[in-house]
Design a protein around this ligand. Sequence first.
Ligand code: HAS
Length: 559
Amino acid sequence: MNVSRFLKNVILVELFVPVLLLTIGIYHGLMQVIYRAGVIHQAAVAKLDYYQGLTLHGVINAVVLTTFFAVAFGHATIAFYLKKEPNRKATMLSLILMVVGTLLAAAAMLSGKASVLYTFYPPLKAHPAFYIGTAMLIVGSWVAYWDWAVIYVRWKRDHRDVNTPLAVIGTLVNFTIWFVCTLAVAYEVLVLLVPWSLGWTDGVNVVLARTLFWFFGHALVYFWLLPSYIMFYTMLPKLAGGKLYSGMAGRIAFFMFLILSIPIGVHHQFGDPSIGRGIKLTQSILTFGVAIPSFITAFTIAASLEYAARLRGGKGLYRWIWKLPFFRKDVFLFGYLINGLILFIFGGLTGLVNASYSLNNVVHNTSFVPGHFHLTVAGPVFLAILGMSIFLVSQLTGKKIFLPAINTIIPYLWTVGVLIFSTGLMWGGLMGEPRRTNMGLTYLNPASEQYHSYWVISSMLGLAGGGIMFVAGFLYFIVFFGTFFRKKTAASMIDFPVSESLHEEKRIPLFDTFRPWLLLMGIIILMAYLPAISDALNNTGRKAPPYLPSDPTPILPKK
Ligand code: HAS
């Protein structure tokens, strides 16, 4: 499909800006493992301290990159499937808000005035520019979503009896989850944090702020994940040379995410004494519910891959796997997506450990948690972003991929790195290794009284894995920027691989409409969150004194 110059440029900017920032994000990923393994015993390197680096790493990699990518991929998906480009004014407004917001937040972080990590829990306090910038980034992504919703409603009016393409359902489900969950964080930022940060109010209800954050925070992870799911369902079977085993399974999975992604955020607050046990148990059970669409996806995609491999002559119970196109340069996207799926098997299993109300007590706030989330967000999410960004840049600029052989091995190298890294973190976590801690200053500093030899081997594994991930990330930058800046050889276009369905499935209108699902979503959210918010308002306890991220003791008022 041909795309206008306008849309092409917008998508390219939305890929280029976050990938440029990602160079900072990845550098700070490497610094994290170096600090934590006790290789250096300093609070800062090159005038950037540990918590400033961790904030840059989390915000750039997990918030900026993912949001820009979701919007860029959404523009491409809506235009490709509904054959309608987005409204230019809305798209420009969205882009400007996102870029200016990101620059504001980046300035606050780089100047050291917002070392509050990506969760920005009060009583850690950031400069107002950090909160305002993040809010602008989010509002910019809403503008794109509203415009796609209008395009979809008009398209549907003319195609009442035609199934909406699965990729469009996935995109709209994803941004609906995003819109609803970001309302809570917008309230937290605009009503609680910005006035507090400006000095207009002298205290914050910390429990309420955290509850509003996690209303957003866990749904956020599905906002990261669903673009990858769109690729797994609509592209991977085709890339493998086969068909999608069931399109209906994909629809069911997306609508299940719509109703279950938000009302589970309290599973991040199992250790929070202000929230009642009944609510925690309810949200723990709902969390097991949100794993169901991923199990559906696992079986559907595995069946689709087996079908493709058998078409290529694959035999045996498992031997067919070797017929899949793992290292073919022309379908390099396959390598990025399949590696993401393999990592997600372990990411999903460790998520289920976290979700268990009782087991969570063992792993909460230990390095087990980053072990889990690097198998998810640095797994299927990040690999799909890397692969698709190279795919889109090559197609939109009409340029051949730079170093295609290197491009093919990047996802494998990354996967080996993540597996080693996460094993180290999770192993250490089970031995009590804390997360978010510069262990080089204390626990892994032989000169410190707090030296703790238990975590030497696990953190060394983390360092080895992190080093491999850094090399893979570096190679990705070479391929991405190399492709971006080479000579054009073809016309600009978007031509996604499109998987056909293996079976002819009857159209069921319930799985091609949003209304009943939105209603159900609202009911479940109210049931799960009204009691949690009530507890957060009523069991606040004393106001917490302010803290610095580098010191676990409060900053006491001067006498
Ligand atoms: Fe999580 C903490 C529970 C999924 C990200 N999670 C986090 C944090 C992040 C994160 C960032 O209940 C830390 C937040 C912080 O800073 O404090 N998570 C879950 C559960 C799932 C889950 C139950 N998480 C994700 C995803 C993420 C993500 C996805 C990012 C994208 N998580 C938790 C909990 C905590 C938590 C607690 C709080 C811990 C604490 O105490 O602080 C589920 O959605 C997982 C379901 C997934 C599956 C896997 C299905 C497998 C598939 C692959 C199939 C493979 C194939 C390949 C087909 C059941 C789909 C075949 C291969 C061939 C070669 C043929």
